[in-house]
Write a protein that binds this ligand. Sequence first.
Ligand SMILES: Nc1ncnc2c1ncn2[C@@H]1O[C@H](COP(=O)(O)OP(=O)(O)OP(=O)(O)O)[C@@H](O)[C@H]1O
Ligand SMILES: [Mg+2]
Length: 316
Amino acid sequence: MTGAAIAVEGAHKHYRDKRALDGLDLEAGRGTVHGVLGPNGAGKTTLVRVLATLLRADAGRMEVAGHDVRTEPDEVRRRIGLLGQHAAVDEELSGRQNLDMFGRLHHLGARRAALRAGELLARFGLADTGRKPVKAYSGGMRRRLDLAASLITDPEVLFLDEPTTGLDPRGRAEVWEAVRSLVGGGTTVLLTTQYLEEADRLADRISVVDRGRVVADGTPDGLKARLGGDRIDVVVREAAQLPTVAALLPAGATVDAERRLVSAPVTDRMAALADAVRALRDAGVDAEDIALRRPTLDEVFLHLTERDTDPVEVRV
Ligand SMILES: Nc1ncnc2c1ncn2[C@@H]1O[C@H](COP(=O)(O)OP(=O)(O)OP(=O)(O)O)[C@@H](O)[C@H]1O
Ligand SMILES: [Mg+2]
């Protein structure tokens, strides 16, 4: 027992010859949002399904809300909520009817189920739309209803599998807001996502997962700092100058032609800035903008999940 809300050690799960989880370790503190960030096929959904007792792992030690997932699945089920990647609300029913039904399925009894439905609709800004059939909802409303449904039993630990995939920026912001309010109430959230921005904004800690294992973990800031620190960005006026600038900046420069941007990693911030300014002026390059910045989580992610060293995924 670790006292953590979620503790996973050496989780393995394979489907025939495919290793979906390959020795995954993870620990999430109580009342925190833990982001699991990874590309398609990384094993995120498999991890969620194993922790939510929907799928049996081949090996590993897994504890959720203080109970062993393998030996005490019923205890675990009583304490968790799950928002799947593809949700299970009934299109023809209204939001209120859906929540009511979920409440009854969870043996709340008619009165408590109705009360809980009303509470959750209000909490997620769906009170006005409670009678409209779900098929008439916007993407953001739907996902908020899914979230409400996963909270019927007031879970200690909530699993959200890609809660905002397919939503527009506004729908995404609405779901983020809803998730934040949950954590304020003490719920532990394990959130999988392919969106770095989402992990960056919501998660206290992030596990970057690739091919069934954690390739890096830490706070969003810590992860950014670990990837070699700062970068220098130069935006030029003329796209024709991009190769010249790339050659002048420190090694490892990347070019984004669309934004007329060259970006390079730097070690000594001030020296790099001074050198760049001098070199650009000497070369007669007219820069529109020169700036030092921290790496984005996208850069961390791409760096950590680079595919070029992988012989296993190669198919012809
Ligand atoms: N039922 C299954 N049978 C066979 N292989 C599976 C099954 N479910 C998943 N896989 C494989 O296991 C690996 C991990 O899948 P998983 O769905 O956990 O990834 P994911 O990170 O959730 O991906 P996505 O971002 O696309 O949802 C993938 O290679 C996938 O093809
Ligand atoms: Mg998935």
